[in-house]
Structures are given as structure tokens and as C-alpha cells.
Design a protein around this ligand. Structure first.
Ligand SMILES: [Zn+2]
Length: 132
């Protein structure tokens, strides 16, 4: 359903818990029409938790996560943020942030259902993922 990974740098298939996606959807819905952003935590190669930061809720005019304070936690592997519109593509500032930090970045677009999730590498390429 997603494009195949084309670089060999990120060969490992991303795995994420269905429960976590449901949780993210709820947070995104509750935050709408504002954006929310959080970090992703991986446990045994499965993304199983999000970590909200004090900067997790953004005003609707601030569609960037580049001002995030970066965690030093090594279990943090990337980020997730919501787009209040139907566009699931990373913005220019999203791409700059992706390239600086982490290896998996999720964008979930309105209305935040399971088919509204997009996974990106730090280069901004679509990543395959598996919901478990
Ligand atoms: Zn964005």
C-alpha cells in the first residue's frame, strides 16, 4: 500500500502497534484544528509509545516541528505530527527537521484514520510499515 523503500539504508521494515496508532489518532482528533507533535519510542524493534514534549501542541499557524527540543533518549527513534488538512506530505520545514533527527517520521493527516498515516525516512522518502 506504500511505496517500497528504495534506499538500502533503511531496509528494516518499520513496525508499529495498532494500539499506538489508535492512540495517536485520538490525540490528533482532540488537538484538531491545531497540530500536535510527539516523539516515537521503539521497544524491541516495534514503535510502541509516543513521548509528548512541552512543545507538543502547536498553534494552527505554526506548522513546523523544527523548534522542538530534541531528546537525548536513545530509545527515541523519530517523530510523529499531525496535519490538520488532507495533505500528508512533509513541508519544507518538516524535511529539514527529518534530516536532523531520528530515522522514522510519521505524518497523520485529517481525519486521522488508519489510511491517513504516512511514514517517512530522514530523507523524506516513503517508508513501508507494518501495523501489528
Ligand atoms: Zn508537517
Amino acid at each position: 500500500m506504500k511505496n517500497r523503500i528504495r534506499s538500502n539504508k533503511e531496509e528494516k521494515l518499520i513496525r508499529i502497534e495498532k494500539e499506538l496508532l489508535d492512540f495517536i489518532s485520538n490525540v490528533a482528533k482532540n488537538t484538531y484544528p491545531n497540530e500536535f507533535a510527539a516523539f516515537l519510542r521503539e521497544d524491541k524493534d516495534i514503535i510502541s509509545e509516543i513521548v509528548l514534549s512541552p512543545f507538543s501542541i502547536f498553534g494552527r499557524n505554526s506548522s513546523t516541528i523544527s523548534n522542538f527540543s530534541l531528546p537525548i533518549d536513545p530509545t527515541i527513534i523519530g517523530s510523529v505530527h499531525s496535519h490538520p488538512g488532507r495533505n500528508g506530505h512533509p513541508s519544507e520545514s518538516d524535511l529539514i527537521f527529518f534530516s536532523r533527527y531520528g530515522k522514522v517520521h510519521i505524518i497523520v493527516r485529517y481525519p486521522f484514520e488508519l489510511e491517513d498515516y504516512f511514514f517517512y525516512s530522514r530523507e523524506g522518502e516513503n517508508l513501508n510499515y507494518e501495523v501489528i
